[in-house]
Design a protein around this ligand. Structure first.
Ligand code: AMP
Length: 140
């Protein structure tokens, strides 16, 4: 399996489609998941093209985890979470649906299960409000 840049996150990275961006540096961007499994569900996406963890440059992976930590800490504070779930899927059998490497950061609250993926998109104003909270926590 080879990387195909014509995927939805490739399009977001090239600015061809919008996203609720919360963070960007030389290596990656982070934005709100449009079908959040909990409030504040965020995706961290390296700018370098790889399909997933399996074909990624180890140098990219090494630089990515500190960004995941940065977003996780900010999300825990922004959404007053009790914990954070980090998820990353590889290939359809592994649960992957978008074939550009990404890491999920999901704020969790005690006793609250993850929402199921229904295919329904969150309201843009809810995503925008979540992004604003997370950006404020990242800035603070
Ligand atoms: P997966 O490939 O299973 O790790 O999941 C891909 C994730 O991308 C899912 O949680 C989707 O809700 C999310 N997603 C799909 N399209 C977009 C989009 N245009 N903007 C933000 N998130 C998206």
């Amino acid at each position: 399996m080879t990387y195909d840049a014509n995927n939805i996150f490739g399009k977001i990275l090239r600015g061809e489609i919008p996203c609720h961006k919360v963070y960007e540096d030389a290596l990656c961007i982070a934005f709100m998941d449009v079908m959040p499994q909990a409030q504040g569900h965020t995706l961290i996406v390296p700018k370098a093209g790889s399909r997933n963890l399996l074909d990624a440059d180890p140098a990219v992976l090494g630089a990515l985890l500190p960004v995941v930590q940065k977003i996780a800490r900010a999300a825990k504070s922004a959404f007053k979470a009790d914990g954070i779930t980090v998820m990353q899927f590889n290939e359809p059998a592994g649960g992957q649906t978008v074939f550009h490497l990404h890491v999920h950061v999901i704020p969790r609250h005690d006793g609250v299960p993850l929402r199921k993926h229904t295919g329904a998109m969150e309201a843009p104003e809810v995503l925008a409000a979540g992004a604003a909270k997370l950006k404020a926590a990242l800035a603070g």
